[in-house]
Structure formats: C-alpha cells, structure tokens
Ligand binder design. Structure first.
Ligand SMILES: Nc1ncnc2c1ncn2[C@@H]1O[C@H](COP(=O)(O)OP(=O)(O)O)[C@@H](O)[C@H]1O
Ligand SMILES: [Mg+2]
Length: 255
C-alpha cells in the first residue's frame, strides 16, 4: 500500500519585488509504499527541498496534491517527522529534553517521556549524553540526536533534507550506516533528499531522480542491494558501481 502519494505537483515562486516567477517544480508524481526508503536525487536548485517542504506541510503547493496515509496534507502533523540539515536542536535544552520535546508537545506524561527518550538515546548511541547541551556534542552526535528527536514520536514518515551535508566525509559514511541501523529498528517510511549519488544508493530502496528546474521525475530506479548494508561491502559491489555510473551519467557528470 502506498503511504505517500504525490500527484501532479507543481510549485512556482513569485519574487515579491520584481514579480519574476521561478518555476521550481514542473510536474512531480510519485508514490512511496509503507515502510519504503526513497531517496530524492537531483542537482542543486532543482526543487528537492521544495518537494520535502510541501510534504512536511510547511508550504502549500501551487498545484497538485499530496496525501499521507490517504489524508491530504494541508499543514504539518505528527505523522511526519522532519530531520533538518542544521540539526534544529534547541540550544537551551539538554539532549534528553530535545529528544523528549515532541512527546511533551503530544502531552505524554513526564515519566514516560524520560523512559522513551532514554531508550531512543541508547538506540542512537547517545546514552550517557542526555544531560549534555547540543554545543557539547560533535556534528555527528547532534545529527543522531536530531534523528532520535524525530523517531521517538514514532511518526509514519520521516523526512530528511540532506541531513549529512554539513558533516565531514569520514563521519558521514559512519553516520549513513548508523542511521540505516536505527531506521531498521522501526522502519518508518522515509523521503530522503540528497544531491549525493553514493549516499542515495547506499541509503535507499529506490532512487527517484529529478530533472533540472522546472523539475519532473527523470528516473525511478530500484536499488539492487541487500540489507543490512555496510560501506565496506557496498563500495566494491558491482551492482552499486553500475548504478552509480548510470546515475552520474543521467546527472551529466563525466565518469
Ligand atoms: N522561498 C522561495 N522563494 C523564491 N524562490 C525559491 C524559494 N525557495 C526556493 N526557491 C527557488 O526554487 C528553486 C528550487 O529550490 P530548492 O527546492 O531549494 O532546490 P534544491 O533543494 O533542489 O536545491 C531554486 O531556484 C530556488 O532558488
Ligand atoms: Mg535543498
């Protein structure tokens, strides 16, 4: 069954000063099955963040419809958790309070919040760091806290917008593996935005490629790799290498 349905989505932005129109999304139609991990891949400026923001309910689309679990999206909701590139943790709250924040908003009693946040911190490898503040953590640890903050509320969908973009290359690979391990524990449906071909293949069940602006779906390719995945195995797997070649060619990168 499809959990997310994006039908004939379009988005134009109007410059309030010049009146100039940017057609960001030309026509995007896409379905994501329940529990599926889909990467949305495309060049910078093609409208990936726009798609994610519309699915999150942060902005209303110019045209087309988005439905999650059969319900049309008109704003943010607890069924969709968002992991941002810049972590979006509250600097004045401890790591544990950050992770428990969504539960507090939902009116979950304090004892249960502490218990669920504690379990989630353990799952993401941050047990012992609950009393620290975000600035006391490394970038990788902050992003794990960002993922924990979303998953603790058990959303049907997790939306991620280039979550590892500000993390150094070595840590990024480790974090990609970590996030897959964490995702595997509850397998929420994921829409994962990235411009990184390797990352898209490594993380996803399917890679959806957007064309340049105004974007349409240029390709929708199933990833032929078993789970669980580690970079150690994947990087030399012929199936990974040939899919990477195919996607890089599609994006116009010389290989
Ligand atoms: N709020 C906005 N107002 C005007 N133009 C915007 C706005 N947000 C995005 N755009 C434009 O829409 C296009 C797509 O942007 P975006 O969705 O951020 O792309 P991506 O995430 O793929 O890099 C870009 O040309 C960008 O400049
Ligand atoms: Mg973006």
């Amino acid at each position: 069954m499809s959990l997310l349905t994006i039908d004939s989505l379009t988005q134009s932005y109007v410059d309030p000063y010049t009146g100039g129109v940017t057609e960001a999304i030309g026509d995007v139609t896409l379905e994501i099955a329940d529990g599926e991990f889909v990467a949305l891949l495309g060049p910078s400026g093609c409208g990936k963040t726009t798609v994610l923001n519309i699915v999150a309910g942060f902005i209303e689309a110019s045209g087309g419809t988005v439905a999650v679990g059969g319900t049309t999206v008109h704003g943010p909701g607890p069924d969709r958790g968002v992991v941002f590139q810049d972590f979006a943790l509250f600097p004045w709250l401890t790591v544990e309070s950050n992770v428990a924040f969504g539960l507090k908003m939902q009116g979950v009693p304090k004892a249960e919040r502490r218990e669920r946040a504690g379990k989630m911190l353990e799952l993401v490898g941050l047990d012992g760091f609950g009393a620290k503040y975000p600035h006391e953590l490394s970038g990788g640890m902050r992003q794990r806290a960002g993922v924990a903050r979303v998953l603790v509320t058990d959303p049907a969908m997790m939306l991620m917008d280039e979550p590892f973009a500000s993390i150094d290359a070595q840590t990024r690979r480790q974090l990609q593996q970590e996030v897959l391990r964490i995702w595997d524990a509850s397998r929420p449906t994921v829409l994962f935005v990235t411009h990184d071909v390797d990352e898209a293949i490594f993380m996803a069940d399917r890679v959806v490629v957007l064309s340049g602006r105004p974007s349409t779906v240029a390709a929708d390719i199933r990833v032929p790799l078993e789970r669980p995945r580690t970079w150690r195995d994947v990087q030399s797997d012929p199936a990974f290498i040939s899919m990477r070649d195919e996607l890089l060619t599609m994006l116009g990168v010389e290989t």
